[in-house]
Write a protein that binds this ligand. Structure first.
Ligand code: DGL
Length: 271
């Protein structure tokens, strides 16, 4: 048993799609979330910068005495997975659990992957999906504009701008007749209703949050580190605009978080 918190981080709001699932699946766990809102997006940056940010984010969470770390960010999980393997606590990203869920879901073996530019360029999802014994075809599309749309709160199902952008990004996947679409960026589950409307009933969306929360539960069980708190708590840290984060986080998590959001400042050479 270990009542210390699970550390979760992302470049911004997206990792909340993992927190939402974690809270449901593991209600006794404490969670410390860090959203690097001062430096979002990560997906348009070089691998070197993403790795440096990842090291700093993990250092911050380790300073909060977390028992494990989840990189709730497709970009970090794809580009800086090796940083996670060098941490002094168990750590995981979203690629493997999400790819496994997609392989279980697909019937026709045609899988679409939506991610940031860095994620698609890394080929990490493609590799994870192709390593299985199943014969699958993978079609990946970079959707960088989705990240800003989500961070701006343009997530309503009838938001015309977001719907138009989504149609454009999804068209190639519709043409390839994919039956499963991996939301390879943790920001994207916030757009699920819009994506589902466009793709239609025959296509299964794989939410990295759900797959990742299940894998985290397994990881904690393996390390005999599940918590026994009566009721878990969540604390949120951001590197900029705590108010904006709090407002959107509350909308997404379905409960007020204002009191629990704190701002941190990176020191001199960081940022
Ligand atoms: N939530 C992120 C991901 O899963 C990052 C988006 C970004 O910062 O570009 O890739």
């Amino acid at each position: 048993m270990d009542n210390r918190a699970i550390g979760v981080f992302d470049s911004g709001l997206g990792g909340l799609s993992v927190v939402r699932r974690l809270v449901t699946l593991l209600p006794n766990e404490n969670i410390v979330y860090f959203g690097d809102t001062g430096r979002v997006p990560y997906g348009t940056r070089s691998a070197e910068t993403i790795r440096r940010y990842t090291e700093q984010d993990c250092r911050f969470l380790l300073g909060q005495d977390v028992k494990c770390i989840i990189a709730a960010c497709g970009t970090v999980s794809s580009v800086a997975a090796d940083v996670l393997t060098r941490l002094p606590v168990p750590a995981m990203g979203v690629v493997q659990p999400t790819a496994s869920a997609a392989l279980r879901a697909t019937k026709n073996g045609c899988i679409g992957v939506l991610g940031t530019g860095a994620t698609v360029h890394s080929g990490a999802f493609h590799k994870a999906l192709s390593e299985s014994e199943r014969d699958v075809q993978v079609f990946a599309t970079a959707c960088p504009l989705f990240v800003s749309l989500v961070e701006s709160g343009w997530i309503e199902r009838d938001n015309e701008a977001t719907v138009a952008v989504a149609r454009r990004y999804l068209q190639p996947l519709i043409e390839q007749q994919v039956d499963t679409v991996v939301l390879g960026c943790t920001h994207f589950p916030l757009l699920s209703p819009i994506l589902a409307d466009i793709l239609g009933d025959g296509v299964t969306l794989i939410d990295s949050g759900e797959a990742c929360a299940k894998a985290c539960a397994e990881l904690l069980r393996e390390h005999d580190a599940l918590a026994r708190c009566d009721e878990g708590s969540c604390r949120f840290f951001v590197s900029d605009r705590p108010h904006d984060f709090g407002e959107l986080a509350a909308r997404f998590l379905g409960r007020p978080v204002g009191e629990c959001v704190e701002e941190i400042k990176w020191d001199g050479d960081e940022g």
